[in-house]
Design a binder for this molecule. Structure first.
Ligand SMILES: Cc1cc2nc3c(=O)[nH]c(=O)nc-3n(C[C@H](O)[C@H](O)[C@H](O)COP(=O)(O)OP(=O)(O)OC[C@H]3O[C@@H](n4cnc5c(N)ncnc54)[C@H](O)[C@@H]3O)c2cc1C
Length: 452
């Protein structure tokens, strides 16, 4: 147990949000423990990683747009600092250097052959996370779609956000694999994207290097004493050693958390020195502050209005890149997007389903994604299927995240990031560190009466 008086934060949930918060707090010199049965395997594992506040916007979501634009601005510095702390930046380094669990999470493609070695001096930090900023191209097929793009372009113009209206031919000049039926498009040149699995792997690596602790266990409840939250209770611990990425991490790549996942601990280590925590037998962890970052599951531990919004998504493997930038469009009334990865994968997403905690990948979901993606880029049907996943977005009633102190002393929320947790991770940490007063007000838990 930490020494009395130490500034201890327990972060409940190690997705992109929880790990980002933990990393920033550890950087600030706080003593940090992340508790999660399967860090990085929630919605963050499923996410496409679009950092696209402009092309994601709808007319009713102006506050979300402000948050997204502010967070996108923070991404380059966030990525640079993260890759440095994770040991991935600089000449002669590559992502394969990520320690055990982190490398496992990121997957084999991050090892040799990923084309990252030695490119640190030339922006290797961005490449390590596959952070790219070639923009998003929103395409249209029919007169209605074109009219909608015109309206969107006018709206963006009013907001001073750069977008460019293109003809069908101009779209195909940018992306030759687009279908001949594409009649026009809107280019948001500032939009970017990143590989979220690389980000969570890098965050875990950075936490290990900073000596933070990651306890692989499920929190069953928040400890409350005298009207304040004082720590967390863990699911019945089992002996250490269920293997890297154990527990829910083995869930067939479906990005789901099995509620009874085994408790496992990994003591934080700096330059290989293992920190003994005795957490193998711990049933509780005391904290000065508990930060609830359990994504779609947050409502199981505190009264916060977060619900699961299911998203199915697939990754296709392409010998030659089909696209150079994100492409999206509306087909059969639903939105579909394609995101190219640096290693040749093409991500096709995503369904939006209100089905509770259901993470089954269904034939119907995959059929719709492929059917719609083929309308945009006919060549997708030739590609090999690499991976299919269903994740649970943490949705809120107003689609804005819930970030800041709760009504209960000792408990802080950083949850409810819905469709934009990867985009909003840098801003979320900035809000919690008090760097973003005005935007913090938009995310304040106070807007929901009586949550604690
Ligand atoms: C298909 C899909 C595509 C998406 N695409 C994008 C995109 O392009 N761009 C973007 O910005 N966002 C995207 N999102 C949204 C993004 O994935 C989420 O907003 C983000 O991952 C939320 O992060 P999180 O850390 O809050 O939640 P999660 O990543 O879900 O992490 C929550 C963690 O809490 C843990 N947990 C749960 N209960 C407990 C407990 N009791 N005790 C301990 N730990 C617990 C879980 O194991 C999990 O690891 C997408 C989501 C989906 C599903």
């Amino acid at each position: 147990m930490p020494a009395k008086g130490a500034q201890v934060d327990v972060i409940v949930g190690g997705g992109v949000v929880g790990l980002s918060v933990a990393w920033r707090l550890a950087r600030e010199g706080r003593q940090v423990t992340v508790v999660d049965p399967a860090p990085g395997r929630g919605a963050s594992y499923a996410a496409a990683g679009m950092l696209a506040p402009v092309s994601e916007v709808t007319y009713t979501e102006a506050p979300l747009l402000r948050l997204g634009v502010a967070s996108l601005r923070r991404w380059p510095a966030f990525a640079a600092e993260l890759t440095e702390d994770a040991g991935l930046a600089g000449p002669g380094t590559n992502v394969g250097a990520a320690p055990g669990a982190a490398a496992e999470l990121a997957g084999p493609r991050l090892g040799a052959g990923a084309g990252l070695a030695g490119d640190g001096a030339a922006g290797g930090d961005a490449l390590a996370l596959d952070l790219r900023s070639d923009g998003t191209l929103d395409v249209a097929f029919g007169a209605d779609d074109l009219a909608a793009l015109d309206e969107l372009a006018a709206f963006m113009d009013k907001l001073g956000l750069p977008v460019e209206r293109l003809t069908g031919r101009e779209c195909r000049r940018l992306e030759p694999m687009l279908a001949p039926s594409v009649r026009g498009g809107l280019l948001a040149p500032g939009d970017a994207w990143v590989d979220p699995r690389r980000v969570t792997a890098a965050l875990l690596a950075a936490l290990e290097r900073l000596g933070a602790e990651v306890v692989r266990a499920r929190v069953t409840e928040l400890l409350r004493e005298g009207g304040r939250v004082t720590g967390v209770r863990l699911a019945t611990p089992e002996p250490y050693g269920t293997g890297p990425g154990g527990g829910a991490g083995d869930g067939g790549g479906h990005g789901e958390v099995r509620p009874g996942a085994k408790a496992e601990t990994r003591a934080g280590a700096r330059t290989g020195a293992r920190k003994e925590t005795g957490a193998e037998t711990r049933a509780e962890i005391r904290a000065e502050r508990v930060v609830l970052t359990a994504g779609a599951w947050s409502g199981e531990l505190a009264e916060v209005p977060v619900r699961p919004v299911k998203g199915q998504i697939m990754r296709l493997r392409s010998p030659q890149p089909l696209l150079t930038r994100c492409v999206r469009g509306t087909v059969h009334g639903s939105s579909v997007y394609l995101v190219p990865r640096g290693d040749g994968e093409l991500v096709v997403g995503a369904t939006q389903e209100e089905l509770g905690f259901d993470t089954r990948v269904t034939a119907g979901g995959l059929y719709e994604l492929l059917r719609d993606a083929r309308e945009l880029v006919p060549g997708v049907t030739e590609l090999e299927v690499a991976d299919v996943v269903a994740g649970l977005r943490p949705g809120t009633p107003d689609n804005l995240p819930v970030i800041g102190p709760s009504g209960t002393p000792g408990l802080t929320f950083a949850t409810g990031h819905h469709r934009g947790g990867v985009l909003l991770a840098p801003l979320t940490t900035a809000i919690l560190l008090g760097e973003e007063g005005e935007l913090a007000a938009l995310c304040s838990p106070e807007r929901f009466q009586g949550i604690s």
